[in-house]
Design a binder for this molecule. Structure first.
Ligand code: GCW
Length: 681
């Protein structure tokens, strides 16, 4: 049965007859000279892929015997690649990139996957397979591909008891109980999937960290995973609980300036590298949401990050120090805290530290303006943190294609060095000439057969990897690739489903948090609407803190008359956001408290516009249902029904959101819902 396990790596036989013929001809045999573990898996993947796609076995040989040859390798282990004299072109491929080209030599035709490194060969192999999977022409290949960002990392919020914080697709993949002895095939398939999209790192454990993972019993298990992933170029990282020296080291303090603490982390790091020689380093959440950190000892984030950075530096490790910090000490606006704490530390971090910043200043909302730290710390490499798992986006049952959301942030202009200083340029190092660069995605992967719960959740894992490799790719081309590989190359399927995907995020924003509303989800679990939440726990954990609806209007005033968070942006952006007339409407209520009768772009009053947005969100889901119903028969029935059922759930949720929010906000606006709209149930 087609359950989605194979992700975008299905390798079904090519349907287009002339393409099939051309591919069969081009790949008469496979030649891979050299035998590292990475080249081995490249060979296996090419064999498996071609056998499936071509519907016939393709022999692997060591020397040319046929007319048309697929050759993959590096000049250092493959004499054949060396003879092709590609060294000039290979210069541009760097450490992880590759060339795909077609050429002839001694009367034979070659389709070439060439790279400087074995991992480049593997990435190139996946690219070639993708060309076949998506039925592209491969007769005249001539391309070079290199990643724009160095560390392309998944963050698993996986606990040692295998629950996954904010995970909606089963339990953690890491079976700590059976490790290190039993290597589940799933680990290999996970690594294959990641390598196929260029992801080269994985943080195995939750940022709300458990120090136990740093003890020898667990480190053995971590080493077994690292061994399984290594051929695929996937490095393992761990989260470091800041108080680990106390909890598992028997020390009285975790003060980063205490020599004993420093020595403990140094020794601990040496120990980890004994188990995992290519260990990537640490990811740290400190002094945020109750996690321990350097501030417990009167020190700052740089003190904490640098101590850990020094501990791993000799081994080539890095520290990814998160900037997601807030506490109840900054009551006037949570959105301002990270910038305020980190900006003064610019220039104080070690060379092997990246500061990992969420895309927006609050918390993975359906839509946020970009985080004001981007562009604002020239001396510190900032790493992007996106959320792939849909914590605030309907969780497991919602079809939300997130590429447009990621792109919106990446393409935002910070104006840090004038026009064109996009967030992407800060992240990829070109804005401030950093060579240490990174991007992280909080994984949506679990033990569900289809990995991500929703079949379309796979698209977000896929798009994260593709954008991490090349953020200039468009949402549309990524969706198209993914659909072709995951479902079918049939254009009658691709066209409508692609446009459904491309509109899906905006649809959700409309029925959850239109016009810049944010954080009005149910308390703590963040599922479903909860704009009325006010009396529990801290002020900044309530919805009323964020939407501030009253009889006059709605929205969070972040201009001078309010929290002035807007001043954290560079002047052209600050000016634009601060002005009610120029603020992009999608951020209106993020930055302004606006009167119910204020006229928005459509000419409607704010209240009426809210009603229309919520309604159009519901309509959008219904359109998605119609689109999907029409493609029945063009894909396997199993996945068709799965998606159909989830869309029906999503329609219920959309109505729930619309009705709950409008009826609640109406208690302030005291205005009617426009006649022509469907009435709340
Ligand atoms: O999005 C919020 C989540 C927490 C999470 C935290 C964080 C891992 O609600 O579950 O904790 O952010 O990013 O640290």
């Amino acid at each position: 049965a087609e359950d989605g396990y194979r992700l975008w790596q299905r390798y079904e036989q090519v349907q287009d007859a002339s393409k099939l013929q051309a591919y069969r001809k081009a790949a008469g045999e496979i030649i891979i000279q050299g035998n590292s573990p990475t080249l081995k898996v490249a060979q296996q993947e090419l064999e498996m892929g071609l056998n499936g796609l071509l519907g016939q076995a393709v022999p692997t040989t060591q020397q040319p015997t046929q007319q048309n040859i697929l050759v993959a390798g590096t000049p250092s282990t493959s004499a054949l690649i060396k003879e092709l004299n590609l060294s000039d072109k290979l210069k541009a491929a760097g450490d992880e990139g590759y060339l795909l080209l077609t050429t002839t030599k001694n009367g034979r035709n070659y389709t070439v996957i060439a790279a400087n490194t074995d991992i480049g060969v593997l990435y190139g192999s996946f690219h070639l397979l993708r060309l076949l999977q998506t039925e592209q022409d491969i007769a005249k290949l001539s391309l070079t591909s290199t990643p724009k960002i160095k560390h392309r990392v998944l963050n698993h919020w996986d606990n040692l008891d295998r629950t996954v914080e904010r995970g909606y697709s089963g339990f953690s993949l890491w079976n700590w109980h059976l490790l290190p002895d039993y290597i589940d095939q799933r680990y290999i398939d996970y690594a294959r999937a990641n390598a196929s999209i260029g992801i080269n790192g994985t943080v195995l454990t939750n940022v709300n960290a458990n120090a136990l993972v740093l003890t020898p019993d667990y480190l053995k298990k971590v080493a077994a995973l690292a061994d399984a992933f290594r051929p695929y170029g996937l490095k393992v990282y761990l989260t470091a609980r800041f108080s680990a020296p106390i909890e598992i080291g028997g020390l009285k303090t975790a003060d980063p300036l205490d020599p004993q603490v420093q020595a403990w982390w140094k020794q601990k790091s040496d120990e980890i590298y004994g188990y995992v020689p290519d260990f990537g380093g640490f990811l740290v959440k400190a002094n945020s949401e109750g996690q321990p950190g350097p501030q417990n000892y009167g020190r700052n984030h740089a003190d904490g990050a640098n101590m850990l950075a020094d501990a791993v530096a000799a081994h080539g490790g890095i520290v990814m120090w998160r900037a997601f910090v807030y506490d109840d000490k900054e009551p006037d606006d949570r959105a301002k805290q990270a910038y305020n704490e980190f900006k003064p530390l610019d220039g104080q971090f070690r060379d092997n530290v990246l500061v990992q910043v969420k895309n927006g200043p609050i918390d993975f909302q359906p839509r946020e303006p970009f985080h004001p730290m981007f562009g604002a710390m020239p001396k510190t490499p900032l790493m992007m943190e996106f959320q792939i798992t849909q914590e605030y986006l309907g969780q497991g049952t919602t079809l939300a294609y997130l590429s447009p959301m990621y792109k919106e942030t990446l393409e935002s202009d910070t104006y840090a060095k004038g026009k064109g200083s996009t967030v992407a340029k800060d992240i990829d190092g070109t804005l401030y000439k950093h060579t240490l660069t990174g991007i992280a995605g909080v994984a949506n992967i679990g033990t569900d057969r289809n990995w991500t719960g929703h079949q379309f959740g796979q698209a977000n894992w896929y798009t994260f990897g593709r954008l991490a490799w090349d953020h200039t790719l468009s949402s549309e081309e990524i969706a198209e690739e993914w659909l072709r590989m995951t479902f079918t190359n049939n254009s009658q399927f691709i066209a409508p489903v692609k446009s459904m995907m491309l509109g899906s995020h905006e649809t959700i924003v409309n029925y959850m948090t239109p016009l810049g509303l944010h954080h009005i989800m149910g308390w703590s679990h963040h599922y479903g609407p909860g704009p009325w939440i006010k009396d529990k726990h801290r002020a900044d954990w309530t919805s009323v803190y964020y939407h501030r609806a009253d009889e006059k209007g709605i929205g969070f005033d972040r201009t001078k008359t309010g929290s002035n968070a807007v001043s954290q942006y560079f002047p052209p952006v600050a000016k634009q956001f601060a002005n009610l007339k120029t603020v992009p409407e999608k951020y209106l209520l993020w930055f302004h408290h606006v009167d119910w009768d204020y006229k928005v772009n459509s000419g409607r009053t704010l209240w009426n516009e809210l009603c229309y947005r919520y309604s159009s969100g519901v309509d959008g889901v219904r359109q998605m249902q119609q689109t999907w119903d029409k493609v029945q028969g063009q894909v396997d029935e199993e996945r068709f029904q799965h998606v159909k059922t989830f869309l029906a759930i999503q329609e219920k949720e959309a109505k729930w959101w619309r009705d709950a929010c409008l009826l609640y906000f109406q208690t302030f606006s005291k205005r009617p819902i426009p006649q022509d709209l469907e009435k709340p149930a």
